[in-house]
Design a protein around this ligand. Structure first.
Ligand code: NAP
Length: 311
């Protein structure tokens, strides 16, 4: 195994993303020492039972002391409180990064607290599942997924390269862009799909003409594909909505206009328009498969489950 990239890595937050990082760091020998910190004693105990690190503490400042790389993996709304807590303990020359799903807000929350001499490089791995907590993570989560950096003006190129190397060794591909562009892009590729899923599942749950048991029983007709997104962590997604408000509202406005146009096409029996849209969208899926971001297997590669025997 090659030399560790960092002598000590501190992971602040050990949920799905933090614990996947811990496993990837261990598997790829990227650190001499992994320090783990999380807010609650219960999560910390679970991380320790899973053997995710070398040292464990609920005191984030203690974890980051002497660390060469600090990765903050907490809901975006907690970024400022965490930055305040760890700032006095950060080592000069350390790289500080995060994995938050929104970037402009995280930068505004964290940057003012970052001491001189610490390299703050905001990041966001575009990889996840609907599960949370330390049990949910796995070492391959970042394989062939993108990690986007939104470096601030004056970022040290050597620090950026070292962090890029870290993520590449976790399996990710690297892109950089400015924070506003990140937030607008993610609003359409991630935030809106989740909001639409939360909305459609909520609507089905409120229906009175179709019973809840029917919604569940017949869900394989399409509904269940929304339920995966709508099962995502409520705290994380509340924070994403609150902290990428402008970009999300702009994309929602575009979406609502297009939905109204689709509604009109259905109302007026405009089959040509419907067919043209559905053909265009089918091609988008083919491009995603070609880009290696989805499996080329029918039904998302699901194994068929045995059907319940009707009585
Ligand atoms: P998670 O599994 O729910 O874990 C959250 C972690 O943050 C836990 O260690 C939790 O500590 C801690 N935490 C929660 N609230 C906190 C607070 N108010 N102050 C300090 N610590 C707090 O979440 P995750 O999915 O790993 O997400 C972490 C970050 O990654 C988020 O910013 C999210 O936007 C981003 N992200 C998520 C995904 C995804 O698909 N899940 C993908 C890319 C990026 P305790 O359990 O000890 O309370």
């Amino acid at each position: 195994m090659s030399e560790p990239l960092f002598e000590k890595i501190a992971l602040v937050g050990i949920g799905l993303i933090g614990s996947s990082l811990a496993r990837a760091v261990r598997q790829n020998g990227l650190a001499g020492h992994i320090a783990i910190s999380t807010r609650s004693a219960d999560t910390l105990r679970r991380a320790e039972e899973l053997g995710l690190g070398d040292t464990y503490t609920t005191d984030a400042a203690q974890a980051v002391r002497d660390a060469d790389l600090v990765i903050v993996s907490v809901p975006v709304g907690a970024s400022e409180a965490v930055a305040k807590q760890i700032a006095p303990a950060l080592k000069k020359g350390a790289i500080l990064t995060d994995v938050g799903s929104t970037k402009t807000s995280v930068i505004a929350q964290m940057q003012p607290h970052v001491p001189q001499g610490v390299h703050f490089i905001p990041g966001h791995p575009l990889a996840g599942t609907e599960n949370s907590g330390p049990d949910a993570g796995f070492a391959d989560l970042f394989q062939n997924r993108w990690c986007i950096f939104t470096p601030l003006p004056g970022t040290d190129p050597a620090a950026l390269e070292k962090l890029s190397q870290f993520w590449r060794r976790c399996g990710a591909n690297i892109d950089t862009m400015d924070a506003d562009h990140h937030d607008m892009t993610l609003a359409i590729v991630s935030h809106l799909p989740h909001i639409i899923a939360y909305n459609i599942v909520g609507t089905a749950d409120d229906l009175e003409t179709v019973t809840k048991s029917e919604v569940i029983k017949y869900s394989a007709s399409g509904f269940r594909d929304f339920t995966r997104l709508a099962a995502s962590d409520p705290t994380m997604w509340r924070d994403v909505c609150l902290h990428n408000k402008d970009a999300i509202l702009e994309m929602l406005a575009r979406f609502s206009e297009d939905l109204a146009s689709l509604q009109r096409a259905i109302r007026w029996g405009d089959g040509e328009k419907l067919f043209e849209l559905f053909t265009r969208t089918r091609a988008v899926r083919r491009s995603i498969i070609e880009a290696g971001q989805e499996v080329d297997a029918p039904n998302f590669g699901r194994q068929e489950i045995a059907q319940p025997v009707s009585t």
